[in-house]
Design a binder for this molecule. Structure first.
Ligand SMILES: *Cc1c(COP(=O)(O)O)cnc(C)c1O
Length: 422
């Protein structure tokens, strides 16, 4: 469900014409819909209303501070994975007691920053991390609230690069060793055990692996309590998928998910933390790009766009499918041909779609790459010295640039030629 629709033959974001934004901002740019973000947040958090729950939006999915502020205003907390994200969350006005700090490679300086801020919880993913966090907290005269991230050894059944809950993945503590590690954590002066944590992967299209993981986690909570630990919080991570392809099976609905959560861990008297990312932001954003050239080479039609893999890397990184739609609505009876949509970067991997059945487009036309609101702008780079992609937020009939395109002087000013280079 999103708010990018054709009105009078032109794609709009809510009540704003995409073509109008393109005139003002130039392409490529990301465009987000406030109404979609709001709706996704409310449907998801609403599904958990009956439970003692806290939604901590996963900042890494889309970390623009305007997006974070909107979600903060709706009551969202934040799941962060770096000091940079901590600073974003704070700048957006998300209170520290609604921030959980995840990630497998927290550094000392980041721990210090999060402890000073007073975050709700550290999700700790290894013993060396636990012991460093203990040292840092003791030195600061503080006690770090900790949930240990458990690797439940279940296959999320999703793409290998976004699967995190198998024992061969780098994430979390082996489920079989959890009790022993909790025992050691309890003896650390700078650590206060508050809960358990799990996150098995992203873009899950089926609740079964999550249900297995949560069931294991629930059993572990009972064992940990028998061992004398106080476990008040269960963090279930993120991971629910969204539809990218028109033929994709419908991903699980938030209410089905909530029912499963209630069934597996709802009776343990714990606060439930949820860390949705993609589900909130994914379909709330598009990448708008313009056709530079149409090149016909033998049988193939290459549409060369001014957007590229540096703007949206998901197709080249994960082989991800994104729908591609012309901004000007094609006639319903328009012929479809097989088109390769590619970017201008000097890599064969700079391809958004190969042999995609699509209506014809011409040089100068605008096309929208759909479902690009999550893991889009956040993963953008300036490869090929292409300025970082700007971001635009629409709200009803208004739009605003929420990240501007840097100019070339700014880009080059960050670099320096040492005086010993002739
Ligand atoms: C990436 C991540 C999330 C969000 O995942 P989505 O699939 O975007 O919902 C949540 N928690 C942790 C620990 C993550 O690494």
């Amino acid at each position: 469900m999103h708010h990018f629709n054709y009105v009078d033959g032109q794609m709009q974001a809510e009540d704003v014409s995409i073509a109008e934004i393109a005139e003002a901002v130039q392409t490529p740019f990301y465009c987000y819909s406030s109404a979609t973000l709001t709706r996704h947040y409310q449907v998801f958090s609403g599904a958990f209303d009956a439970m003692d729950s806290l939604v901590c939006y996963s900042v890494k999915a889309n970390s623009n501070i305007a997006v974070l502020r909107m979600l903060a205003n709706l009551g969202s907390g934040a799941d962060i994975v770096s000091e940079g994200e901590l600073r974003r969350a704070q700048k957006a006005g998300i209170p520290a007691d609604r921030i959980v700090f995840s990630g497998v490679g927290k550094q000392e300086s980041e721990m210090r920053a999060a402890l000073s801020a007073g975050v709700l919880q550290f999700n700790v993913a290894s013993e060396p991390e636990l012991s460093l966090l203990n040292d840092v907290a003791v030195e600061m005269g503080l006690c770090a609230p900790v949930a240990l991230r458990i690797n439940p050894d279940v296959d999320a059944g999703t793409h290998e690069k976004i699967s995190t809950g198998k024992s061969e993945n780098k994430f979390g503590l082996p489920w079989t060793e959890a009790r022993a590690i909790y025992g050691r954590a309890a003896d650390m002066a700078g650590i206060q055990i508050v809960g358990v944590d799990v996150h098995i992967g992203s873009q899950l299209s089926d609740l079964t692996p999550l249900e297995i993981a949560f069931t294991r986690l629930g059993e572990l909570v009972i064992l940990l309590r028998e061992d004398g630990h106080i476990i008040d919080r269960i963090d279930l991570g993120g991971g629910l998928g969204i539809p990218y392809h028109p033929d994709d099976p419908e991903p699980p609905r938030p209410d089905e998910y909530a029912t499963m959560v209630q069934r597996t861990v709802g009776d343990l008297g714990c606060q439930i933390i949820l860390e949705p990312g993609r589900l909130i932001a994914g379909n709330a954003g598009i990448l708008v790009t313009r056709v530079i050239y149409v090149k016909e080479a033998g049988e193939r039609i290459f549409v060369i766009l001014d957007g590229a893999m540096n703007d949206l890397v998901r197709p080249s990184l994960y082989g991800a499918y994104h729908q591609i739609q012309p901004v000007k609505e094609p006639p319903t009876d328009a012929d479809k041909v097989s088109i390769d949509f590619v970017g201008p970067v000097c890599e064969s991997g700079d391809t958004f779609a190969t042999q995609r059945l699509s209506t014809r487009v011409e040089a100068g036309d605008l096309v929208a790459i759909m479902s690009a609101g999550a893991y889009g702008a956040v993963m953008a780079s300036s490869y090929n010295t292409r300025p970082l992609t700007p971001e635009v937020l629409v709200n009803e009939d208004k739009f605003a640039i929420i990240r501007r395109r840097p100019d070339y002087d700014e880009i080059l000013a960050q670099e320096h030629i040492p005086n010993w280079v002739e």
